[in-house]
Design a protein around this ligand. Structure first.
Ligand code: SF4
Ligand code: SF4
Length: 465
């Protein structure tokens, strides 16, 4: 392991890490009576069901195929009977197609290796490995849920120089990545070596925040024992949002991704440690992505009620909450994800998806916003912004409806990290407003790109006449 603790160079804040569930080993959630599996668990086009009501399915069987180039397969997480295929509210309250399956036993599809045997030999057929990752429905589990087979296959002319494995888990409260770093250490390293092979043998850096010394130690030992080439563990300084893609690239490679650019433009591919585990399971065990780890935590839960659970996709959040002892009386807000970037849970009947990471119960004291007052022009929001933006200015432009000014001020680069809101002594809702502004600017940028494409096509058609 490299002893040098690195971090990103612009902005950032230091919220209390509140890792209350860090010592809770992963427990397996029992099966519910029914699962509802979403067709929109990934970035891109929703998946298209390939089963019908009344069909019998096994665990790991394909139940939906990709709905486009950027999309992913979805597999059944249980064995049983398909009861319905219908829209159902997701966590934000949006209607999304789901496949309802009544659970009957726990019969797995043929060919999935459920043994604990570690498979360390790295296959060399790049195309076959990419196909396997695609067939197993693997998507990025660090938040974006971008299909992994697409991200691991950069466009011709782009070259990956460094695979960065994100083990920062910089959001307060969340501990599921920390637990898999401790409990699935070697599988994560094998997954990294598989992705290295797919990317043409680039170097790999596993970044872990310094406040997880046990994970750094375990990962360093596993890397040494497994002996793959060019994999190193790097200790990252504790600083939020250390796990942001652009922030990690800056910390590890000292390179900045330009506005609108992709990590591969500077030779980087970033994957979460949970994705690396999913790649291992897909390639070495033929196991589709139907399970993941989530944290049940919050400031209003006593220590004995904090948990890290291995869940299957499609489990109702209400079922998990009840199994974990019910919603604490003091909970004023329920969040999926961390307190900085997570989303309020609008609907507890929503079900787990591939990227679910937590149910976070926060008390009134932890969530109450103080009254907003006038901007005192202290500049703290700009100092804290890891994207180098001026949130106070963007806020003013948003209120004035100045879309041109917002684009010139790079509102489109906001990563919704919340550092500005966290820093503002006037309690101005900078995160909400800059996010809204970003949406407006992105709408204009997309419309402009569509118009340019249509004009180019028309010109080409005229030329060919
Ligand atoms: S939410 Fe956006 S504007 Fe605010 S600090 Fe983060 S990146 Fe900057
Ligand atoms: S931190 Fe708040 S008060 Fe200070 S400049 Fe930014 S918006 Fe104004």
């Amino acid at each position: 392991m490299s002893n040098s603790k690195v971090t990103f160079r612009i902005g950032g804040v230091h919220p209390n890490d509140s890792k209350l569930a860090r010592n809770c080993a992963i427990e397996v959630l029992p099966l519910p009576q029914t699962v509802y599996i979403s067709m929109a668990q990934h970035l891109g086009a929703p998946a298209k069901p390939v089963v019908a009501v009344g069909d019998q399915v096994k665990v790991g069987q394909v139940i939906a195929e990709p709905g486009g180039f950027i999309s992913a397969f979805v597999h059944s997480s249980v064995s049983g009977t398909v009861k319905s295929i219908a829209p159902r509210k997701d966590i934000a309250g949006n209607m999304v197609p789901h496949i309802e399956i009544a659970v009957e036993g726990d019969e797995w599809a043929e060919g999935i290796d459920l043994s604990d045997t570690l498979v360390t030999a790295i296959p060399s057929d790049r195309a076959a490995v990419l196909e396997k990752i695609k067939a197993c429905g693997v998507v990025g589990l660090g938040g974006a849920t971008f299909p992994t087979h697409v991200k691991l296959n950069p466009a011709p002319g782009s070259k990956a120089e460094c695979l960065i494995l994100n083990g920062a888990e910089c959001e307060p409260y969340l501990t599921s990545d920390f637990r898999i770093l401790l409990e699935r250490t070697k599988e994560i390293v094998v997954g990294a070596a598989i992705m290295q092979m797919v990317l043409g043998g680039c170097r790999c850096v596993i970044g872990i925040e310094e406040i997880k010394p046990e994970a750094i130690e375990a990962m360093t030992a596993a890397v040494a024992e497994l002996g793959y080439k060019d994999i190193e563990v790097l200790s990252l300084k504790k600083r939020y949002p250390q796990g942001g893609e652009k922030q990690l690239i800056d910390a590890v490679m000292r390179r900045q991704v330009k506005s609108g650019g992709l990590p591969i433009s500077v030779g980087a591919v970033v994957q979460n440690v949970a994705t690396s585990l999913a790649v291992y399971e897909a390639v070495q065990k033929n196991k589709p992505l139907i399970t993941n780890t989530m944290t049940i935590t919050g400031d209003c839960l006593p220590v004995e009620r904090q948990h890290n659970y291995l869940f299957r996709i499609g489990m109702p959040l209400s079922y998990i909450a009840e199994y974990a002892g019910g919603i604490p009386e003091a909970a004023a807000k329920l969040i999926s994800g961390g307190p900085m970037m997570g989303r309020a849970i609008a609907n507890l009947d929503a079900t787990t998806v591939k990227g679910s990471s937590s149910i976070l119960y926060l008390s009134e004291a932890a969530t109450k916003r103080k009254p907003e007052s006038a901007c005192i022009r202290c500049g703290r929001c700009a100092d804290a912004c890891p994207m180098g933006l001026e949130p106070f200015l963007l806020n003013r432009l948003y209120k004035a409806g100045d879309i041109e000014g917002l684009e010139a001020g790079s509102a489109q680069d906001c990563i919704a990290c919340g550092c500005c809101l966290y820093s503002c002594p006037a309690n101005i809702p900078l995160l909400d407003n800059v996010n809204q502004a970003k949406g407006q600017v992105m709408g204009v940028i997309r419309a402009r790109a569509a118009a340019a494409k249509a004009a180019a096509e028309a010109a080409k058609a005229a030329e060919n006449k």
